[in-house]
Design a protein around this ligand. Structure first.
Ligand SMILES: NC(=O)c1ccc[n+]([C@@H]2O[C@H](COP(=O)([O-])OP(=O)(O)OC[C@H]3O[C@@H](n4cnc5c(N)ncnc54)[C@H](O)[C@@H]3O)[C@@H](O)[C@H]2O)c1
Length: 330
């Protein structure tokens, strides 16, 4: 029997976690031979709900799920974890600006960064899902000085998956034939879905979809605003698709990436090969050497249209970083 892999999920009583937990527990993340411990963290007032979720996990009788812990004590819940999905955060309230959300949720990621630093396994890999996820990821990694910033990731995989679907639907291709789609920048409406380096059945996407107008306008805005569109229709933000994307993202971290392929991930920008400002969490094309060792894929070509869009997203992230600096000082 392999040693247990311990996974903490914050916001364990929330809707993204409710979709994610059962995927992990049945072995979708680490495969059929890997025993798992799940630690569900949430606020004290959500403990009753966590008890219900834990009962449901028990009632699934998952053979790989060897241990469930629930609670709100970070020492207990983050202790010895190998993987952390930081989902717990407050939703944006009525009239609340993105800036207010950042300041409110940022405090959560100060505490959780510190908890990871003190209590998690030194090789922990951390995926930040709670929004604004790039900013929260930067806050968490800055509060974990003993961990390498390269152990922290922000989720832009849902945006990638959305872009894959839109390209496939337009080109009348199968989603499996759409590859190497990069989301650059922030997980926000300034994100940059890259149609230049994407491929559809092995050919450059813009040779298959020849309508540049569609690529620059409809495709772009569809991907950038898909989250808001889901909220309008469902009355709640994306949950199952976010959980699937979080699983995809962590799988990509753990498994070596096939030669010639890459995936999108928000990673620390220090030393990046694209001249993006250092000290941001920025979404890049990434590949994994396996076991959580991620590098940015260099040498992708960008045209003036995409470069201009990238600069806008970078500016937004730099403004968010200024707010973070105030938060961390205060
Ligand atoms: N990056 C992405 O692609 C993406 C996609 C979907 C959702 N999200 C974000 O994920 C987050 C969760 O979404 P959801 O739909 O599950 O929300 P939700 O409101 O259903 O659940 C959030 C949970 O977090 C908990 N929580 C709040 N503060 C906490 C704290 N300090 N510590 C631990 N838990 C805390 C809440 O009690 C709640 O149970 C949101 O910030 C959302 O915007 C990101």
């Amino acid at each position: 029997m392999r040693p247990l892999k311990k996974v903490v999920i914050t916001g364990g009583a929330g809707q993204v976690a409710y979709s994610l937990l059962f995927l992990i527990a049945r072995g979708d993340l680490f495969g059929p031979d890997q025993p798992i411990a799940l630690h569900l963290h949430d606020l004290p007032e959500m403990q009753k709900c966590l008890e219900g979720v834990a009962m449901e996990l028990e009632d699934c009788a998952f053979p790989l799920l060897k241990e469930i812990k629930i609670g709100s004590d970070v020492q207990e819940l983050f202790g010895g974890v190998h993987f952390a999905f930081l989902i717990g955060s407050k939703p944006r309230g009525p009239g609340m600006e993105r800036k207010d959300l950042l300041l409110e949720n940022g405090k959560i990621f100060i505490e959780q960064g510190q908890a990871l630093n003190r209590f998690a396994s030194p090789d922990v890999r951390v995926l930040v899902v709670g929004n604004p996820c790039n900013a929260n990821c930067l806050i968490a990694l800055k509060n974990a000085p003993d961990l390498n910033p390269r152990q922290f990731f922000a989720l832009t995989r849902l945006d990638q998956n959305r872009a894959v679907y839109q390209l496939a639907a337009y080109a009348k291709a199968d989603v499996a034939e759409v590859e190497n789609v990069t989301i650059w920048g922030n997980h926000s409406t300034t994100q940059v879905p890259d149609f230049l380096n994407a491929k559809i059945h092995g050919r450059a996407a813009c040779q298959v979809v020849k309508d540049r107008q569609w690529l620059e306008n409809d495709f772009f805005t569809k991907v950038q605003k898909r989250g808001a569109e889901v909220i309008t229709c469902r009355g709640k933000s994306s949950a199952a698709s976010a959980a699937k994307a979080a699983l995809d993202a962590m799988q990509s971290v753990v498994k070596p990436t096939e030669a010639g392929h890459w995936f999108s991930m928000g990673v620390y920008s220090r030393g990046n090969p694209y001249g993006i400002d250092e000290d941001l969490v920025f979404s890049f094309p990434c590949r994994s050497r396996g076991l959580g060792d991620i590098e940015i894929v260099p040498n992708l070509g960008l045209d003036p249209f995409l470069k201009e869009k990238l600069a806008i997203s970078q500016k937004e992230l730099m403004e968010e970083r200024t707010l973070i600096a105030h938060l961390l000082k205060g």
